[in-house]
Design a protein around this ligand. Structure first.
Ligand code: DGL
Length: 269
């Protein structure tokens, strides 16, 4: 006999990026309640120090725990690549899922020539975690990494397929195009929002790898294995650290649902 656990799943990111994970979680787990936190007051995380990103993440996890979540997804590669182990230790009493391992799993399924590109924030690329995890799985894989810091403000602004975004993508991705990669990991949850612009630059031969689906599956497996599924939920609630209309707009664009995010004074946590 399986129970139903009505507690929500907590999902967080520095801003709108994590909504690309929420989208897949809703697909894969339609009956789960979700509480999302976007740190819109302090985005971007990718240019900040590990210490600061860790401090912000602790505050958000404390907030989510207060909302009685049963598990948390770090829908942010910057936090996942820099702080996951420390966060797991600090918050050992709640299951936390990160996004890198699902990203690596997806890329390994897709690559045929073992030449993989990774794009992410400065902090994610600097951590070298994607490269390390890819090599753990395929010893002779060739990994080409590139940070694309302007992608996050472009996504937060809602410039998803504008000419300026394609121009910026052209500049950042020019070198990657010379390495004969057959797959490109979107190692920042904001980047799927710019997918069309990125595809335009990389061309049809390069498969775009979005870790979101595997991340959602991982959560599903975890809930199933631990008898924590909700069979009757499906509500979605959004919190931000600074209120602006853009969050609600991008939220409706990504999820095809209308929400009004609520502001939280996250520095009090
Ligand atoms: N979306 C986040 C990530 O996946 C953070 C982007 C940022 O705030 O710089 O890395």
């Amino acid at each position: 006999m399986s129970n139903t656990d009505k507690r929500p799943i907590g999902i967080f990111d520095s801003g709108v990026g994590g909504l690309t994970i929420v989208k897949e979680v809703i697909e894969v787990l339609p009956k789960e309640d979700i509480i999302y936190f976007g740190d819109t007051a302090r985005v971007p995380y990718g240019s900040k120090s590990k210490e600061l990103v860790y401090k912000f993440s602790c505050q958000i996890i404390r907030f989510l725990k207060e909302k009685n979540v049963k598990a948390i997804i770090i829908a942010c590669n910057t936090v996942s690549s820099n702080c996951y182990e420390d966060l797991k230790k600090e918050f050992f009493d709640i299951p936390i899922i990160e996004v890198l391992e699902p990203g690596v799993k997806s890329a390994i399924k897709v690559t045929k020539n073992n030449k993989v590109g990774v794009i992410g924030t400065e902090a994610t690329i600097r951590s070298g975690e994607y490269e390390r995890k890819l090599k753990e799985n395929i010893k002779d894989i060739q990994v080409y990494s590139k940070s694309c810091p302007l992608f996050v403000p472009l996504a937060e602004e809602g410039f998803l397929e504008d000419k300026i975004t394609v121009d910026v993508a052209e500049k950042y991705l020019k070198d990657l195009k010379n390495y004969n990669i057959d797959s490109l990991i979107l190692g920042c949850t904001h980047y799927p929002l710019l997918k069309e612009s990125i595809k335009k630059v990389m061309g049809d031969k390069v498969k775009i790898v979005n870790p979101a689906f595997e991340t959602a599956l991982k959560m599903k497996n975890y809930l199933q294995q631990n008898n924590l599924e909700n069979k009757n939920g499906g509500s979605h609630k959004f919190y931000v650290s600074d209120k602006n209309d853009k969050f609600d707009f991008i939220c409706s664009l990504v999820l095809k649902e209308n929400h009004i995010a609520e502001k939280v004074s996250i520095e009090n946590y």
